[in-house]
Design a protein around this ligand. Sequence first.
Ligand code: KG4
Ligand code: ZN
Length: 367
Amino acid sequence: MGSPHPNVSDHLVLGLETSCDETAAAVVRGDGAVLAEALVSQIDDHAPYGGVVPEIAARAHLEHADVLVAEAMRRAGVGFGDLTAVAATGGPGLIGGVIVGTMTAKAIAIAHGLPYLAVNHLEGHALSPRLTAPDVAPVAFPYLLLLVSGGHCQILSVRGVGDYRRLGATIDDALGEAFDKTAKLLGLGFPGGPAVQNAATTGDAKRFALPRPLAGRAGCDFSFSGLKTAVRQTLEKQAQPVDDQTKHDIAASFQAAAVATVLDRTRNGWAMATADGAHHTALVCAGGVAANTALRVGLNGLAADLGCPLVVPETRLCTDNAQMIAWAAIERLARDPNDHDSLGFKPRPRWPLDPNAAPMAFAGAKA
Ligand code: KG4
Ligand code: ZN
């Protein structure tokens, strides 16, 4: 029995991810086998500041990139001569980190005579649900992707490798950012998503009626800054100091409002994607916020309603990682073996996936 993977190929790619607060290197094979990944998260470095500090991130990437490449290669049990290409996130992201990853990958490419690919971080997320084990058939094109992380919040119709139509995006904050800012306001710690989710488990989601921005409106754009402001105002109206139960009730109310908004927007996104009769095979959710249980439960219900499967990659593939970067390179090479980038590639802090989509302040950049 061969692999059910459509991409089965002899490729063996080293991928690097350095665009935000995770430094990671992975070795992935053309049939979807992940031979190794080495990853260092900078959560502890940024926690005192309640958010990612670009300069601290850049220094950490510089410190860890080489070590993690060596570690991933060692664990994979391969040498540079065995690789068929080296890939690194070329943007969008925090420029210091993107430069570190790009320079590291280019140096390896030059030293070992390997093709180099600059991968769009968003393309990594978009294709991540197709990185399945060799014996598991991946989701087929086209599918609808809800990409929700700390830096990105958009809905894309993923038509094929290199063919992405952005249907909607946030006009202000990303969803993960809204979770992080809410956690900061409530003093719950960093990263905020898991902290808010945790607090919400013992909170009353009905105690505070928070706004569901853009819900009921046409299109599938997002807006979360009004919801964040409502959280702040609700908090200020409480007797000070605010007791823990009230904080948990606010967390639960925030989460309920955020999820309801996302479901409303995603339902519209599905209608937009399929309006011209284009059959979409699945609803896919990726990005760090895909780890949120309330969101998963809601999306499950929505997918059942729409009559389509819901695909959520494992959490380690949803959050930033190097496997998806190596995999995106493999998908590109499977489509066109000569799809290499020039060593003159300049890192791109902003790099929208869909060049035809109207520019939006936060659609292709990490805030
Ligand atoms: O994809 P990711 O690791 O990095 C970015 O590209 O941003 O996503 C991190 C984001 C953070 O905002 C974090 O708070 C959020 O994902 N997150 C969650 C949960 N786990 C992580 N948000 C809500 N609920 C969670 N369980
Ligand atoms: Zn990301």
